[in-house]
Design a protein around this ligand. Structure first.
Ligand SMILES: [Zn+2]
Length: 244
């Protein structure tokens, strides 16, 4: 049987539809995150067309500067959740690495998104750059049951708590070039592991797309000393648990 992969965090709305049609052949599921209201609407539409896409709607912390009327945009996002059966908010979270100057506004927006997640029992697809501990605290405080920390490169003690709470961590193709990320890939419990592309994105000479996931799985399998098929199966099972 041919192996089908999963991508736990991909900006599918930025890809051509011809590429999305091609990914349907190799992927059982691609979790499609959004950056703002406009891309959320596009993501939901794409998922209605491509059945293997799992839509997440949300407002990325980097989109904060361009954010219009917050109340109205949040109401529209909630409407997508209710009317179109969206089960996950993403990409949402906190960022102290790239946009620390907007942190206070990020936190108040994130808390409002957490309220929506709590009210509708949604999963979260989280951006937590250098705000790993703060994001984990907020998610726990709001009693969120299912969350994925995408491209996790934070400290081991926060990782242990993420795993203890049954949240997921997704491993990115940059595992090849990042020692920190490789250590996460080595030590995260199998029951909390997922793979992601975060595509399309340029990082240290790598062009990140779902095409890199098969080799990422093989690389992590070698690091952990297991068969790639075992990781593919575990990642798929974990995503099913995350998204219902
Ligand atoms: Zn992303």
């Amino acid at each position: 049987m041919e192996v089908k992969y999963t991508d736990a965090h991909c900006h599918a709305h930025e890809f051509e539809e011809s590429e999305l049609a091609r990914y349907a052949e190799t992927f059982a599921a691609i979790v499609a995150v959004s950056d703002d209201l406009e891309s959320s609407i596009r993501t939901v539409r794409l998922a209605e067309r491509f059945g293997y896409l799992v839509p997440c709607v949300g407002i990325h912390p980097w989109s904060l500067k361009a954010l219009g009327r917050v109340d109205e945009e949040l109401r529209e996002l909630e409407r997508l959740v209710v009317e179109r059966g969206v089960r996950c908010l993403g990409e949402v979270g906190l960022d102290l690495a790239f946009t620390p100057e907007t942190y206070d506004a990020q936190l108040s927006l994130f808390r409002r998104l957490l309220e929506i997640a709590r009210d509708h029992d949604l999963a979260l697809n989280l951006h937590t750059a250098k705000a790993w501990r703060q994001a984990l605290e907020e998610v726990s405080r709001y009693g969120i049951r299912r969350a994925l920390f995408h491209w996790y490169t934070g400290p081991p003690d926060v990782l242990s708590e993420i795993v203890a709470r049954g949240y997921l961590v997704s491993i990115n193709p940059t595992v090849r070039v990042s020692e920190k990320h490789r250590e996460v890939a080595r030590r995260v419990a199998l029951a909390c592991l997922a793979f992601e592309s975060d595509g399309p994105y340029q990082y240290r000479g790598l062009y990140l797309t779902p095409d890199l996931i098969p080799e990422t799985v093989r690389f992590v399998a070698e690091v952990r000393g297991v068969e790639p098929a075992e990781l593919v199966a575990a990642a798929q099972e974990n995503l099913e648990r995350l998204l219902g």
